[in-house]
Design a protein around this ligand. Structure first.
Ligand code: SN0
Length: 316
């Protein structure tokens, strides 16, 4: 594997999942694979799990790690090709990415969407620039439209709770006070499509995801019907794609509650975290045995480590 920014970058998903299983069973068996190799973690936005799990994963492989919050600690970056840089922005991404690439063997990059310019967001300006100018493999630490490290971890987590029948996996929209990206939902849908699961997406009208991500999922506006007989409930808020970046409703009607979880087949509750308790999901669900979000977050180390193993093996 070279880059890891979307499912299409993964040459062999079953192989990557096998690598993840091996990593989970013996995290230190390849502790010299990354010797004298440096992972750079570049954040344009906040991070807790991605930042910590990536550092831990890299160190388990003997890698050095450099972390930088570019939006607060770096020069303001210009992304426009041919820009006359006589305003506030001090450095062009062409130069900054090339320099970071010269210090690092692999670069992880986190950048959120603007949620105002849909075309620019879906063109993945930041990630594309890093791929083009850094000269090294790029790992998405969540981009404008996707969060593949989260999705890989989600697939791994679902596989480790696989029931004795073909599972029903439900992605449910939930309310939130802020406008959030579609990235986690897009990516989750992208990675669920190739699995042998009954995949259902439920959301209020106006929250349709781009058809490329929905794929062959069943889409319904009836959340309760979607929950019936579900084995996994994956909750996530996202802002509207059609009325781009807008919050169309924020009422608590779509919150995940114990009463709704009772419609399921004792489903496991999943969320990428951070989660707004008693807005997205009620305490009674978060504090129940059905909640596997902490295990899910723990598995982020496994997901990142598997990705680093496959990229490092490819670098040689
Ligand atoms: C991000 C998102 O994409 O939805 C990161 C998830 C991994 N979530 C948030 O920004 C939540 C922020 C908040 O105010 O609750």
């Amino acid at each position: 594997m070279h880059h890891f920014t979307e499912l299409a970058d993964v040459p062999d998903l079953p192989h990557l999942l096998e690598t993840a299983k091996t990593v989970a069973q013996s995290p230190f068996s390849l502790d010299t694979l990354g010797r004298h190799k440096t992972l750079g973690l570049i954040f344009f936005n906040s991070s807790l799990r991605t930042r910590l799990s990536s550092q831990k994963a890299a160190r388990n492989l003997g890698m050095e790690v450099i972390v930088m919050n570019v939006s607060t600690d770096g020069w303001q970056l210009e992304f426009q090709d041919g820009a006359i840089m006589n305003q506030g922005k001090a450095e062009h991404i062409k130069d900054a990415a090339a320099v970071m690439g010269s210090y690092c063997d692999i670069l992880g990059v986190r950048s959120f969407p603007s949620l105002t310019d849909r075309d620019a967001d879906y063109a993945e300006q930041v990630l594309t620039a890093f791929k083009k100018y850094s000269g090294v493999p790029v790992v998405s630490l969540e981009s404008a439209t996707r969060h593949p490290l989260q999705s890989l971890t989600d697939v791994f987590t679902i596989q480790s709770h696989w029931p004795d029948h073909r599972p029903k996996v439900v992605l449910t929209w939930a309310p939130h006070p802020r406008a959030l990206p579609q990235a986690v939902a897009n990516s989750f849908a992208e990675w669920m499509n190739p699995l042998d699961v009954d995949f259902v997406i439920t959301h209020p009208e106006g929250y349709e995801l781009h058809a490329d991500f929905v794929g062959s999922a069943t889409v319904t506006h009836d959340q309760r019907a979607a929950f019936e007989q579900a084995d996994f409930i994956y909750a996530k808020n996202w802002s509207s794609y059609s009325e781009y970046g807008q919050i169309l409703r924020a009422d608590e009607e779509w919150m995940v509650t114990a009463e709704k979880m009772a419609l399921t087949r004792q489903a496991k509750f999943m969320h990428c975290l951070p989660v707004r308790r008693n807005v997205v999901v009620a305490d009674e669900v978060m504090d129940s045995a059905q909640n596997i979000t902490i295990e899910q977050a723990g598995n982020r180390v496994v997901g990142m480590q598997a990705v680093l193993v496959e990229i490092l093996q490819n670098i040689g």
